[in-house]
Design a binder for this molecule. Structure first.
Ligand code: F0G
Length: 364
């Protein structure tokens, strides 16, 4: 029997029968998935009597974001098809994941990134994993449009979520939620950027529902940053702008699919301000010990906004009446070290003596 290794815990080996892969498809895995679903007593109390809020911590994936779930499937298929070059446009996390999985597979990777708009940690990841980094004088939407044109070349494999294999891999996060809770939640909150992830979760829940693994389907609730909220406004945003650089997108590729996920699930999409995002980021760190990047905090900011500002809507009343809620936080806080939430950071200096430290701690 093959010796068990940690790679065996990746999402392909866990959910292979639910993925469009042959038995012979090679597995390129870094052990992604199986991320923590953390019960939040702070958020549960904030919502109301009997409600349960869980946080799906996708920053605990190998490259620090949910993108690894889709990338293991996309790169495995690329290897099966003997592709030598994978390419993506990115606001940072997709490029980090693509570069890492391509490195692991021994194939080349090129990433198109909006110039000056990528969090340092993500840029460093792509660089160290050995990707060719193209810094584009344009935004993410421009980069994706170029990538779409490159996709006509059979020598190149696009690993953005316009590649359906990415969505296939990402749907496994919904499987994990149901496997752990024993049922789908009543509500699922998540940030929306290019709109692939909400599409993927909805597909995952529906597939599990169809094969009897859950008996309800959640309402999908998406949040965009106010300066980059095309789904909320119903039109393309030409110059998207938000502190949450990962979701600074004005023309999401999976717009239509996300809209149907929102409709079919009887959910909705709304926007949160940068201030609300940053406040949620800090509160989540202080109250639960979970450090996420700003874009990820949009789901938490959204939940808090629903409770404080929309509390009279019937859907929100339902949310407060003992509902089970999952919020996905999509990326790790260490990726984006320039977030304004850090500007107040001020360590207390001390002499290297126990008395000085005692004084500071006010323990005599
Ligand atoms: N959260 C984070 C941390 C992200 O990196 C992204 C997307 C999203 C949320 C939104 O997910 O696009 O599926 O709606 N990042 C992409 C990237 C665009 O290039 O890394 P989505």
């Amino acid at each position: 029997m093959k010796k068990s290794t940690w790679q065996d815990n990746g999402i392909i080996n866990r959910y292979r029968d639910m993925l469009p892969l042959k038995a012979s498809t090679p597995v390129v895995s870094l052990g992604e998935g199986s991320t923590p679903l953390v019960y939040s007593s702070w958020l549960s109390k904030s919502i109301g009597e009997g409600s349960e809020v869980y946080i799906k911590c996708e920053g605990l994936n190998p490259t620090g974001s949910f993108k690894d779930r889709g990338m293991t499937v996309a790169i495995s298929k690329a290897v099966e098809r003997h592709v030598r070059l994978v390419v993506c446009a990115s606001t940072g996390n997709t490029s980090a994941a693509a570069a890492a999985y391509a490195a692991h597979a021994g194939i080349s990777c090129a990433v198109l990134l909006p110039y000056g708009k990528i969090a340092t940690g993500k840029l460093l990841q792509a660089f160290l994993y050995g990707a060719k980094i193209i810094s584009l004088h344009g935004n993410f939407d421009d980069a994706l449009s170029i990538v779409r044109q490159l996709s006509k070349d059979p020598k190149v494999e696009i690993v953005n979520s316009i590649n359906p294999l990415r969505i296939e891999g990402q749907k496994t996060a919904a499987f994990e939620v149901v496997d752990e809770l024993g049922e789908a939640p009543d509500f699922h909150f998540l940030p929306i950027g290019n709109a692939g992830n909400i599409t993927a979760y909805w597909r995952g829940y529906r597939e599990y529902f169809t094969c009897g693994k859950c008996s309800i389907l959640p309402k999908m609730i998406g949040f965009q940053a106010l300066g980059a909220a095309p789904l909320v406004f119903g039109h393309i945003v030409q110059d998207p702008d938000t502190i949450a650089s990962a979701i600074r997108i004005g023309n999401p590729a999976s717009w239509r699919l996300a809209a149907s996920a929102l409709n079919q699930s009887h959910g909705f999409v709304d926007a949160v301000t940068d201030m609300e995002i940053l406040s949620a980021q800090v509160q989540l760190a202080r109250k639960e010990g979970i450090f996420v990047e700003p874009a990820s905090a949009a789901s938490i900011a959204g939940l808090l906004k629903c409770v404080s500002k929309h509390s009279e809507l019937p859907i929100i009343r339902r949310l407060k009446e003992g509902a089970r809620i999952v919020c996905t936080v999509t990326g790790h806080g260490l990726k984006d070290l320039n977030t304004p939430a850090g500007t107040g950071m001020c360590p207390i200096e001390s002499d290297a003596t126990v008395d000085s430290v005692r004084n500071i701690l006010e323990i005599g």
